[in-house]
Design a protein around this ligand. Structure first.
Ligand code: ADP
Length: 155
């Protein structure tokens, strides 16, 4: 079985992302986590910083590799011979955004399939932006992100 690709901004990685990555590995055997560089989106962390945080958070995990990409996800998938993308769904709002992405992925790469995993109940309210907002307002997010991210956000 080919590895499944889990693409995203990961700005920064949260415990919700980590849960999804591990669940995807349990189904597909191996996961390639791809940090996407989207010049239209302003991020707190650079692509390199986001990759290093993921690397640290997933240090002990097997069958999970990291990569980064810019441009169309559909092209990245074609170039690397991957066929399946996994994404998480926390709410109807996520689904509304994902629908457009699914359409564009198919348009540019008809062989590409997207599989959705529902967010675990424990993590459904966690997002990278909520974490950043909470930290900016002085909140403690230690139980929402891996320790390496909590350390960086404290600084
Ligand atoms: P993007 O900007 O591409 O949506 P994110 O880093 O916000 O990037 O999310 C990457 C993927 O992880 C998306 O499919 C998103 O739905 C999923 N995700 C984000 N937070 C969680 C969470 N708490 N639980 C499960 N999936 C999540």
């Amino acid at each position: 079985m080919k590895p499944v690709v889990f693409p995203g901004s990961f700005d920064p990685v949260t415990n919700g992302h980590l849960d999804l990555i591990k669940r995807a590995r349990a189904i597909f055997g191996a996961v390639v986590v791809v940090v996407l560089h989207n010049p239209q989106k302003q991020t707190k962390f650079t692509v390199q910083e986001r990759v290093s945080l993921l690397k640290e958070a997933l240090r002990a995990e097997e069958n999970i590799t990291l990569d980064s990409a810019e441009g169309l996800l559909a092209d990245y998938m074609k170039t690397h011979g991957y066929t399946t993308v996994v994404r998480g769904l926390r709410s109807a709002h996520d689904w509304n955004q994902e629908r457009t992405q699914v359409y564009f992925n198919k348009r540019f790469n008809p062989a590409l399939e997207t599989v959705f995993l529902p967010a675990d109940e424990k993590y459904q309210f966690i997002s990278s932006s909520a974490v950043k907002e909470a930290v900016a307002a002085g909140g403690d997010v230690c139980d929402l992100v891996p320790p390496c991210v909590a350390d960086v956000l404290k600084k």
